[in-house]
Design a binder for this molecule. Structure first.
Ligand code: ZN
Length: 274
């Protein structure tokens, strides 16, 4: 599932591929991918989706796409109106030549001069949502962005407060926006902190390490994964991570362990993470 780095990469791609140009028309192959609210369900299809999508984008120049946490939004010369773009579990935007066949799993396309940007999704959790106030809807219910506004050690201590395991609280988007299962595990591994520790029990030195390693992890993921056709690890892409989905710890060569936390699998190294 896309986390902050993957969504930031999608944002940069859309920015590069549109470069402020005008959307000439839309091509809609699956109208249920246009929804009336942020939803993973095709049954929340917008009742008049094609028309709403056309009204939001056709004949308009693309502004710079915006991201907050794992959310992506886009306005087209009429801010704050525009679209929310949800990648869901497996959603992705790609660029193709206008004469090319729509790619496999294509749901809809934005046609610009000389290229079409397609939204693909093999599982139908992703969507676009015509929105009256994109920045407000993006920010709704979210804490600070973990990469644009990374908390210092003291702020992180406050955000992680409580008896919940630190890994679980890191995934709480209302506390800190953008970190998901993969990058929480990676940042804790880099910081040498066990995912089971309660937020309240982290020492100032541990908080300082985590405050440094968390944005560093996100930064590195953005730099290493920013290619034109990025492939999710869960979809057969190469695994660039240190503990997530791995068997051997690259630091101590010990076995990587798995743990169930709030219904998600946490990968970690019991000898490096105390
Ligand atoms: Zn280790």
């Amino acid at each position: 599932m896309p986390e902050l780095p993957e969504v930031e990469i999608a944002r940069r791609q859309l920015s590069r591929w549109t470069a402020g140009d005008v959307v000439r028309e839309v091509r809609v192959l699956d109208a249920a991918a246009i929804r009336h609210k942020r939803s993973t369900m095709p049954r929340d299809a917008h009742p008049d989706g094609v028309r709403a999508l056309e009204a939001a984008v056709v004949g308009r120049a693309a502004d710079e796409p915006m991201r907050l946490g794992k959310r992506l939004g886009w306005t087209f010369g009429e801010a704050p109106r525009g679209l929310q773009l949800h990648l869901g579990m497996t959603g992705q935007w790609v660029r193709r030549a206008p004469a090319d066949e729509p790619p496999r799993f294509a749901k809809l396309g934005l046609v610009l001069d000389g290229r079409t940007l397609w939204f693909l999704d093999s599982r139908r959790f992703g969507c676009v949502v015509p929105s009256e106030d994109v920045p407000r809807e993006l920010a709704e219910g979210l804490g600070p962005d973990a990469w644009l506004n990374p908390p210092n050690a003291e702020e992180l201590g406050y955000l992680l407060r409580g008896r919940r395991p630190v890994k679980v609280t890191l995934l709480d988007q209302a506390r800190l926006a953008g970190v998901g299962n993969i990058h929480a595990a990676e940042a804790l591994w880099r910081s040498g902190i066990s995912p089971e520790r309660a937020g309240d029990d982290l020492t100032p030195a541990e908080l300082a390490r985590l405050a440094e390693e968390l944005p560093a992890q996100l930064d590195e993921a953005i730099r290493t994964q920013d290619t034109d056709e990025f492939q999710y690890v869960t979809q057969g892409g190469e695994n660039p991570f240190s503990v997530y989905g791995q068997h051997r710890c690259p630091r101590c060569e010990g076995d990587v362990a798995k743990l169930a936390q709030s219904g998600r699998t946490t990968w970690w190294c019991p000898s490096c993470q105390q």
